[in-house]
Design a protein around this ligand. Structure first.
Ligand code: NAI
Ligand code: X15
Length: 352
């Protein structure tokens, strides 16, 4: 496969694909010879020009290219478009002209693809598809959370407030810098309808804000269930989801900064958190109303989803097997030894 747009998401998808024993990363494209080309070179990834007219910039910078986007498309069985929001839609005709199946990201309108994708909530719809859209980081996290809740208890209505990061750490042109703003000010935000692209029968209203942070998004979740389980049962249900990390109270992790530190200390590449991060002590029930907080690492949570989308499009591997392979290969499934299932702190050993 190939990655068109070796940026925040593209470089992570490239690494995740390269780690799969049943996939081959043929190469990646860059639009310009900036510092990203060094990352690709260090990893031995063949580099292609995303925009043919700009190939000369690479030669001028002394950067060797294997070819152009068209050459890459003719060499792969699927391309993962990781261009900036809205650019993927413009790339789509090129993929069609080369008869190359394509995976798009959540910054594109749902109409760019035959189906939206989330491995937990909507896998089979991508089987053999020519165009698939992996939903955005927020929608990915909401789909992962609501799917097991709806399957197990039934969701009467979900209401989610999203406090979104203003931009990624490397994005100096975004904000807000000194405010928390409704964004969009209209309610509901696009996230609810986007979740319905994955879980069409789940009633979900979302309201979104933007905050002057870069690390992660935070969701304040309320779900009215159709039955009234006890919090421990909900906790156990979510604990069984490999792509949900239950953050134990004992760990003293109080926000995105500590979560990213925890991930880096755990040896995660770039300190990435592929999982939803649900504060365990936030899981509470008032009658049939479930409440919890979760954080979402926007740069990372869609990465395993892209790997699974490739398998759904190009193989007959089922959802569970694909997720198991992806999770095993990447090491998805963070569990703290300080959690309820872990030993008491004193028993932690160097082997933990
Ligand atoms: N960064 C995030 O938090 C998340 C982003 N996404 C989505 O992933 C997609 C990519 O976003 P990012 O990686 O953040 O963007 P980015 O700006 O970090 O990377 C985009 C890359 O595409 C390259 N590019 C520019 N024009 C291109 C073209 N015509 N063809 C191919 N590549 C081109 C750029 O040089 C850059 O390397 C967007 O749809 C975005 O909405 C999804 C989840 C989270
Ligand atoms: O694409 C994303 O971030 P960005 O476009 O704000 O960089 C994330 O997936 C968040 O998008 P969303 O807030 O539409 O879910």
């Amino acid at each position: 496969m190939g990655v068109n747009g070796y940026g925040t998401i593209g470089k992570r998808v490239a690494d995740a694909v390269a780690a799969q024993s049943d996939m081959t990363l043929v190469g990646v494209t860059k639009a310009s010879p900036d510092y990203g080309v060094e990352a690709a070179a260090r990893r031995g990834y063949d580099l292609y020009a995303a925009v043919e007219d700009r190939a000369g910039e690479f030669a001028a910078a002394g950067v060797d290219l294997t070819g152009t986007l068209g050459d890459l498309l003719d060499a792969v069985d699927v391309v993962v478009d990781c261009a900036p929001s809205g650019v993927g839609e413009r790339n789509a005709p090129v993929y069609e002209a080369h008869d190359t199946p394509a995976i798009f990201q959540g910054g594109e309108d749902a109409a760019v693809a035959e189906t939206s994708f989330n491995a937990r909530g909507r896998f089979e719809a991508a089987r053999g598809a020519d165009a698939v859209r992996v939903v955005s980081c927020n929608t990915t996290a909401l789909s992962r959370l609501l799917a097991p809740l709806d399957e197990t208890y039934g969701v009467e209505k979900a209401r989610v407030t999203l406090v979104r990061r203003g931009g990624d750490p490397s994005e100096t042109n975004r904000g807000p810098i000194n405010d928390i703003v409704p964004d969009p000010a209209t309610v509901p935000s696009h996230h609810g309808p986007d979740v319905n692209e994955i879980l069409p029968d789940v009633a979900v209203d979302t309201a979104a804000l933007k905050a002057p942070v870069t690390g992660m998004h935070t969701h304040s979740v309320n779900v009215t269930l159709e039955t009234d389980p006890d919090p421990a049962a909900v906790r156990d249900l979510l604990a069984d989801e490999d792509r949900i990390f239950l953050v134990p109270e004992a760990a003293g992790i109080d926000g995105a900064g500590a979560l990213k530190e925890y991930a880096a200390d755990a040896g995660r590449p770039r300190g990435d958190l592929w999982e939803n991060c649900v504060w365990e002590e936030s899981i509470s029930l008032t009658g049939r109303d479930l409440y919890l907080f979760q954080n979402v690492h926007q740069e990372a949570d869609v990465v395993p989803e892209n790997v699974d989308a490739i398998r759904a499009m190009t193989t007959d591997v089922d959802a569970a097997e694909s997720a198991a392979r992806t999770n095993e290969t990447l090491g998805v499934g963070l569990e703290s030894r300080l959690g309820d299932d872990g030993p008491a702190r004193a028993e932690l050993t160097a082997d933990d």
